[in-house]
Write a new protein. Sequence first.
Length: 332
Amino acid sequence: MYGPVAAVRDLSLTVHRGEFLTILGPSGSGKTTTLMLLAGFEAPTKGDILIAGKSVAAVPSYRRDQGIVFQSYALFPHLTVRRNLEFPLEMRGIKAAERTARVNRILERVHLSDFCDRMPSQLSGGQQQRVALARALIADPPVLLLDEPLGALDRNLREQMQVEIKSLHKDFGITTVCVTHDQEEALTLSDRIVVMREGRIEQTDTPEALYDRPASRFVASFLGEANILENLGCDLELVSTQPPGTFSMIRPERICLLPGDKTKRADAGQRQSVTGTVDDMIYAGPLRKYRVRVGNNLLMVREHVASGQQIFRPGDEVRLEWLRSDIRFVAA
């Protein structure tokens, strides 16, 4: 609770041993508060928190023996890389010889053996992130908590660190809970994703299932881009009866963009098509993104750039086609 406001409500969640679970949501959805409850920095006003079947709701954070990586890395600025890694082992009373052996092993694993005597200020952002991960993992914690771990890195470094984190999780097999607002990061790293909204869980599933079969309009629009097929100015014959209280939806990459006078395909009976006018085209390296006005709506189309591909410009009349089986029904 923050005053009269409940930051997290009716939350029931099980994290499986060894899995990588990501909590995803917009600002104010309750994802960070959930992580703070797991870390012991916040106490629940109701309910319980169990780790390996034991209640830790009343256990302070410093006694939970968890690994935590913050967005700011939280490295000790006055200690070298080696000393940053030795510190949590000293606090656990591990002898010097074992400390040295563990530090050397993990420095090699995160490719920082040559940087062990540097101060954090002498490292790049990606190197600091590796030190933070190594420090969280070195004591073999039962749970690893990641709070927006890649938020301070540029795009290229984020992509590199996503690969590194995924590799580290595979090697160490530690149960990991990550909080992020970055959809690509969640899809890349996770075994399962929890999508939160206004303090509650909206949907929990694998990345593939969440993206392909979102349960609600919110999930469909938050996780990737979604075209809600309403106000098109024409009737669409759906592949099955649309459940009451739902919207029909299709992902932008499932739509094929064709010239307006293009002959219909041989499998036209399995497809739907509408005509529209290109409103905008955005070139994004490997992709072209189109906004096409159809009736009173703008539909997003995303296609991979290929040699010899026809490029449409604003004002062009086009036909949009998709397989009927690619339509999904989502709750309001």
